[in-house]
Design a protein around this ligand. Sequence first.
Ligand SMILES: [Zn+2]
Length: 392
Amino acid sequence: MYAIKVELKVNNKEQTLLRKHAGFARFVYNYGLALMQGLERNDIAGGYGKKIKAIKKVLTNYTKKQQEFQWMSKLSSKVYQSSLQALLNAYKRCGQGIADRPKFKRRKDRESFSVYDGNGKVLLPSGKQIKIPTLGTFRLKESLSCSYCTQTFTISHRAGKWFVSFAVDAEKIPPTYHAQEKIGIDLGVKCFCTLSDGTTVESPKPMKKAKTKLAKLQWRNRKKQLGNRRLGVKQSNKAKKYFDSLARRHYHVASQRQDFLHKLTTDISRKYYQIRIEDLNVSGMLANSKLSAAISDLGFYEFRRQLTYKSQVYGTKVELVDRWYPSSKTCSMCGTKHDELKLSDRIYKCINLGCVAHTITLDRDLNAALNLLNAPDEYVRLAQPEVTPVDK
Ligand SMILES: [Zn+2]
């Protein structure tokens, strides 16, 4: 199963409709959460599922019928079903110890909600339009390339754009043929990665450029009037515009990076069967402030995540080499360890006088990539996909 996410083309009227539904979803979630917390405070026994069911009844039979909540009947009732389901899932995850306690959603949080077809799966024809159950037909920025069969639709909002995503109950058939058997990949700061066949991939530096632009933007808006609800000060129009453009800029940078990583990981997954990368301690590296800006910019973690989940799609085997394996200090030709190698040494010169790598110079990253490729089995483990293959 995999998910498809496409951007909607909305006019003002449609945008208002989606906004209202997002608000409805948030209201229901918070309403349910408040009641759940009340039940807990009073030590009411019962499982999460049972309690949520009772809350749903209160909402349908009582709350919705109140004068002040009449607006709910004009919106899709599927939204509150999904919202309460989301709340239930949040409680379950918390019960299993994999997430914190559910929190109230705020207006400024990322908006999203789900709707579904009550009669089961629907067929989405290919083309530039999409019919979303209970909401209507919407236009798409890019057309769907083929027909899909699905039931639940999630609508989300980010940086002024609206997206719809849905899960497709199908498997992509992995190609059984890979042009090359195996590859070792060394991730670097100077260039994004070096492959053991000698290929190097330059990283785009969108962040750096964007940071300059961001600084300029901040300077031009230094006198904006920030809102303060407590003092009753309204946010100025300039400030509003500024925050919108800030969100758009962040989104732009993130998209550029995602695009680069997706292209790269797809290319690698198509070409090679066995892929070995270093099991980086990314959080440890981020603690080093000098490296951190460069690394968080590059998205090593995201690179690994994409390679791993694409292994199911392309039938590859992604392996992680233990980070204690001295891949950069060992000579890939004779195996001699070179302890005095500094991070600034860009070339590798073997200290063993009889080795070929003593007379010829070897690129440091290429040497590391070759070592990863030939790493002994006790240092290697198979990468496990940690998240579902959904492009968020
Ligand atoms: Zn050597």
